[in-house]
Design a protein. Structure first.
Length: 358
């Protein structure tokens, strides 16, 4: 019997506005991955084929480090940002706030205070983790000097970042948030920082993360990081921020009661999170999906389930309000027509919602 592997391709005419969940694969990353597929050797082998694969990884390490403003030897490749967070935080008893991604919160003691704008107060940086930017609200934090760890996953490629100057001892990053492939991330550490391996075996990644390296994924990660940094330097982000403002202004005119989360804080240029009282975020996601727009009700990392946002709860929103949040995240490929089309479609659906008497 012959099995055919089927997959769903995004239909023509749809608009993708969920870039914080994952980004489309950049052409540069795809090309680098295809080229890497031709490398036969295991990076741990000493023959020519193995050395070629190893050489690609080490060049990629330098490229990722350069894009992050770090030193090459301080980039530890992992399978994801989630694994990178576990590698840094397991068993450490580090403090964090309720706005952190589950990958960080799962390992930390949730005891840092958050205000209504999503800004966190850090009492002891050396024993604390603080994300650089929130995936749901886009709120950007000011990192204190000596911070134990920052989750920089959502910030890379969207705002300027240099690990060597950010004040943190370690940073977590992910390839698929900046146009690279899924299934590869990195933990960036200051030179001399001791890291105890959580995955033991062949001693790859300088003895800090065993397992044969994902050569293809790492190649794509490096290419995407270079391209994302180039976009940032060329001012692409400024155009995206303009689109976000257009989108928010249009929605605000249609729904006066809508609350834009973190509007008085410094936010990522591409991210808009808003609460429309009484209109469930899950319902909005489904309605907009039928209208041809991919958006979300919060973080995508919930095994496909829509759940109440811990980040919004930490900011003071009650359960009902948090359940009415919608997140729209734009990308460098988003056009003004697409942003306006979404805002117009959302406004029409909002009028239907009001007409039904909620």
């Amino acid at each position: 019997m012959k099995f055919v592997l089927q997959h769903e391709v995004m239909p023509v005419g749809r608009t993708y506005l969920d870039w914080n969940a994952t980004t489309p694969l950049r052409p540069e990353a795809k090309a680098a991955m295809v080229a890497a597929m031709d490398l036969v050797g295991n990076p741990s082998s000493v023959h020519a084929e193995g050395r070629a694969a190893k050489g690609l990884i080490e060049q990629a390490r330098k490229d990722v480090a350069a894009a992050l403003g770090a030193d090459g030897a301080d980039v530890i490749f992992t399978s994801s940002a989630t694994e990178a967070a576990a590698l840094a935080l397991a068993g450490k008893g580090i403090a964090c706030a309720g706005i952190e991604h589950d990958a960080v919160r799962s390992w930390c003691d949730e005891r840092l205070a958050v205000d209504g704008n999503g800004t966190v107060t850090v009492d002891d940086p050396a024993t604390s983790a603080l994300q650089l930017a929130n995936s749901e609200t886009g709120v950007i934090q000011t990192l204190p000097e000596g911070l134990f760890l920052t989750d920089a996953t959502q910030a890379i490629g969207k705002i300027p970042f240099a690990f060597n100057w950010c004040g943190a001892t370690m940073a977590v990053v992910s390839a698929h948030k900046l146009g690279g492939p899924k299934g590869v991330g990195a933990l960036v550490v200051k030179r001399g920082t001791e890291i105890a391996a959580q995955i033991k075996g062949g001693g790859q990644e300088m003895g800090r993360r065993s397992g044969t390296e994902n050569v293809v994924g790492i190649a794509g990660f490096a290419a995407a990081a270079r391209a994302a940094q180039s976009d940032l330097e060329q001012g692409v982000v400024g155009r995206v921020e303009k689109l976000r403002k257009i989108l928010e202004n249009t929605i605000a005119e249609s729904a006066k009661e809508t609350i834009f989360v973190g509007k008085d804080a410094n936010r990522l240029p591409n991210t808009s999170c808003f609460v429309t009282p009484g209109w469930k975020g899950e319902t909005q996601v489904m309605v907009m999906d039928l209208a041809g727009f991919a958006v979300s009700a919060g973080s995508a990392c919930s095994s496909g389930k829509v759940k109440t946002s811990a980040a919004l709860a930490a900011m003071g929103f009650d359960r009902e309000q948090a359940g009415c949040a919608l997140r729209v995240s734009l990308g460098p490929d988003t056009s003004e027509d697409e942003a306006l089309a979404f805002a117009d479609a959302w406004s029409r659906e909002y009028e239907k919602f009001r007409a039904r008497g909620r």
